[in-house]
Design a protein around this ligand. Structure first.
Ligand SMILES: *[C@@H]1O[C@H](CO)[C@@H](O)[C@H](O)[C@H]1NC(C)=O
Length: 340
């Protein structure tokens, strides 16, 4: 038998212990909860803005907002029960997208192309000890520097479990194909995104274009939406490596059937949902979620335009790929889709 050095044995024991704790935690949360009022996580009640005095109008508004957020959580839970068969166990690796704010007991799972830059800015303000006060004073690229914010994957398993049990956990989602088209436009049609062109564009053109020009092969800067779709539905793509986070499904980034988010915010109702989160988090009222000058909803119908040029065959494959995100977050099948 191989003799393990002492350090190795300790490490192995720690790993096994850690695994055990994660299994226990996720078993305990997979039981359906009866609702917000009862159940094992009373913290949402404790934080409910309804428990603090407000004037009548505000109270009614908050009540309506609270109901719709609760409805989304219940729908998500039901969809998880209906559509996921095997429960798998999460490892710290799966928690890289969960940003932690220990000061306000918050966990936010960031989804690219769903206002995540602004949420990261807000979390930087919240965790900065007063160094920042205005989210918009933080340059976008700084908000994305790994290490400026802590993620749940950096903690030990007991520390992870403690936070998952007691923090307010939230996520923001968006209509899956609007998000996908937004990612395509941002990463493949803007001339400045050379990193994406080189990393993904060249590969996509090489695999999915007949007789590509040498320049296109070299630059990767003119990928069509059709080629991008072919790349996504090609089984080889995901066998080779996981999707880039900009087009990875929320289901895979944030594990919404294993982590019970207290708030499921939507991009389509970003402002009220963001306000609701900040209220529930008991954040100082002077901090507002930044809403940029150009409305986020003006581009609400981009996908229909881009899907016109995609054949029914590929539309169907793509819908199957993103199906869970449609089902879990109550997005209906787009009317423009031709999937017969
Ligand atoms: C789900 O979507 C339907 C149709 O858009 C809507 O009427 C319903 O209120 C939504 N349910 C929840 C819980 O958000």
């Amino acid at each position: 038998m191989m003799r393990m050095p002492r350090g190795g044995r300790v490490l192995l024991a720690t790993c096994l212990g850690s695994l055990f704790v994660l299994v226990l935690y996720f078993q305990s949360i997979t039981k359906p909860e009866p609702g917000v009022k009862t159940g094992s996580r009373p913290e949402i009640n404790k934080r409910s803005p309804l428990s603090t005095p407000y004037n009548g109008d505000q109270q009614l508004e908050l009540l309506a907002a609270h109901r719709s957020l609760q409805g989304r959580r219940e729908l998500l839970e039901q969809a998880c029960l209906t559509h996921t068969r095997k429960r798998r166990v999460l490892s710290p690796e799966d928690l890289k997208h969960l940003i932690v704010d220990d000061k306000h007991s918050l966990i936010y799972c960031y989804v690219p192309k769903v206002a995540c830059t602004n949420w990261k800015r807000v979390l930087m303000v919240l965790t900065s000890d007063g160094r920042y006060t205005d989210p918009l004073s933080i340059p976008a690229n700084e908000a994305h520097i790994a290490g400026n914010l802590r993620t749940l994957s950096e903690f030990s398993v007991p520390e992870i479990n403690k936070r998952l049990r007691s923090y307010l956990k939230f996520i923001f989602v968006r209509e899956p194909f609007e998000r996908l088209v937004s990612a395509y436009r941002n990463k493949f049609t803007r001339s400045y995104n050379t990193a994406f062109h080189k990393r993904y564009g060249t590969k996509i053109i090489q695999r999915h274009r007949d007789n590509p020009e040498p320049r296109a092969l070299r630059e990767g800067n003119d990928v069509s939406f059709q080629e991008f779709v072919q790349y996504l539905v090609d089984p080889w793509t995901q066998r080779e490596e996981p999707f880039n986070e900009h087009w990875e499904r929320v289901h895979s980034l944030c594990h919404p059937c294993l982590i019970h988010y207290d708030v499921v915010g939507k991009y389509e109702t970003l402002e009220p949902d963001a306000q609701a989160v900040l209220k529930l988090a008991r954040v100082d009222g002077s901090l507002q979620f930044p809403t940029s000058g150009k409305s986020t909803r003006t581009d609400g119908n981009m996908a229909a335009h881009f899907f016109k040029h995609i054949s029914p065959f590929y539309q169907k494959k793509l819908f199957n790929l993103y199906r869970m995100d449609f089902l879990l977050f109550n997005y209906s099948t787009p009317e423009y889709l031709r999937t017969r």
